[in-house]
Design a protein around this ligand. Structure first.
Ligand SMILES: Cc1cc2nc3c(=O)[nH]c(=O)nc-3n(C[C@H](O)[C@H](O)[C@H](O)COP(=O)(O)OP(=O)(O)OC[C@H]3O[C@@H](n4cnc5c(N)ncnc54)[C@H](O)[C@@H]3O)c2cc1C
Length: 411
């Protein structure tokens, strides 16, 4: 483990974390909230929001300070991201793909075992990746899904990387590639092309969006999270250099096995959505949302009770969120790993439920497209469908791993 980097990350003072959250809130309140409806109705990427994120240094949020970034650790990232989720779900969700590429390549990789040669190689390569973000304002995407068992972590990726002189040739297809057409680099997970393909040979590599053989196809007209523009990415004989690797050969598999919380970075977006739905409900019932009056609906006891129920559910969800993001680390205990699955499950399911309760409690006017609640309701729907930790797969893992120790079977 690189102790220096670890110390640097944990040195972020609570006042610095608060300042970052405040910066995210300011952007959210003053610009993102007002733009969200347009991206949603047009299903277009929030480019203007990314210009603002870039200008305020957020593209380097998880890049270590010695590389010019803001040096946020896992917990800080999650707290900032949940703040963004309150104002524009699609911006927060796509920001996750970008920021976590830098988090995984940055402080998460510092925790992993590497030979001195791998460490030196990784350090040299990530300087280049980070420079693209800090100096050129580049955006990274994370298209992993292929419509097979690979994104669920149960099979090797079908996208292949074939070793050639000076680099790799990538071939394959990625579905739901958020930031398609917007990202400058796609952080692709693929399998080294060997006779017998193995998940251990997963390669994590940055493919430039303008490389020959990269194309974005298909339409994009989903229920929610429409601004993510998650179209299909085709990779046909794409050459990428050795230095495009985001982790040394074979290291991604170690990361996925030893740092499981890396897969729960989507939850802050939905935590933020749930909070926004609750906040909207309170303002609506108090008569503070323009053009929805004149009735102050807070006087009805049933609405007071549902508001209390929503608040309790939100508090339970937030408590689990804060505890789990504070626990994230390499080689967590079994209890901590199961707790991460339970947190993902709870936040994704409760975000939908809180949005559902919000619409039922506020009433018919609240589902008009002129108000943000119906967008939150649609955006919240897909959280529990996100691989590798869908609601179903979390249940599956918690049940099995509670009852069986590694290697145990009843056969
Ligand atoms: C708005 C949006 C943005 C997205 N952005 C990205 C992105 O940027 N990058 C990316 O990689 N993906 C992204 N995804 C894709 C997402 O993570 C899932 O891969 C996708 O929703 C899976 O859809 P599917 O119908 O192919 O699922 P399927 O693979 O058909 O799975 C359907 C369900 O079956 C269950 N299941 C799947 N595999 C197994 C298994 N092996 N064992 C048991 N149960 C299983 C799961 O519960 C799953 O929900 C995005 C999805 C959405 C909706």
């Amino acid at each position: 483990m690189n102790q220096a980097a670890k110390v640097d990350a944990s040195q972020m003072l609570s006042t610095e974390v608060d300042e970052l959250i405040e910066r995210a809130r300011h952007l959210g309140e003053t610009v993102f909230a007002a733009r969200a409806a347009k991206y949603d109705s047009e299903a277009t990427f929030p480019f203007e929001n990314y210009d603002d994120l870039r200008q305020h240094g957020f593209l380097g949020l998880c890049i270590p300070r010695e590389h010019g970034g803001l040096g946020a650790d896992f917990q800080t990232y999650c707290l900032v991201s949940s703040e963004l989720g309150k104002y524009c779900g699609a911006t927060a969700l796509t920001f996750n793909m970008h920021a976590c590429t830098t988090l995984w390549t940055g402080i998460l990789a510092d925790d992993l075992d590497m030979t001195p040669e791998q460490r030196e190689e990784h350090e040299r390569r990530r300087v280049g990746h980070f420079r693209k973000v800090i100096e050129e304002g580049a955006i990274f995407a994370q298209p992993f899904s292929e419509g097979t068992a690979a994104a669920a972590g149960k099979a090797p990726f079908g996208t292949t990387a074939t070793k050639v002189d000076g680099g790799w040739i990538i071939n394959g297809k990625k579905i739901f590639a958020s930031l398609s057409g917007a990202a400058n680099y796609y952080g692709i997970l693929c399998t080294e092309d060997k006779e017998v393909r193995s998940m251990r040979d997963t390669i994590y590599i940055a493919v430039p969006a303008d490389a020959e053989g990269v194309s974005v196809v298909g339409d994009w007209n989903p229920l929610g999270m429409r601004g993510t523009v998650s179209r299909t990415l085709l990779l046909k004989d794409v050459f990428v250099s050795e230095d495009a690797q985001l982790m040394p050969r074979g290291i991604y598999h170690q990361a996925a096995s030893r740092w499981p919380h890396m897969f729960m970075t989507l939850v802050p977006t939905y935590m933020g959505l749930a909070e926004a739905a609750y906040d909207f409900t309170v303002r609506y019932l108090r008569g503070e949302i323009p053009n929805t009056g004149p009735e102050k609906r807070r006087k009805f006891p049933t609405k007071q009770i549902t508001t209390a129920e929503m608040f309790i559910k939100l508090q339970q969800t937030r408590a689990l969120f804060e505890r789990t993001v504070a626990q994230a680390r390499i080689d967590p205990s079994k209890r901590e790993r199961l707790s991460a699955y339970a947190t993902q499950y709870t936040i994704m399911e409760n975000a939908q439920d809180i949005c559902r309760l919000a619409i039922r409690t506020c009433g018919g006017q609240s589902m008009l497209k002129s108000l943000p609640l119906e967008r939150m309701y649609r955006d919240s729907r897909c959280g529990s469908l996100m691989l590798p930790w869908t609601a179903e797969l979390c249940l599956d893992r918690i049940g099995r791993e509670s009852l069986y120790e590694s290697g145990e079977s009843d056969e």
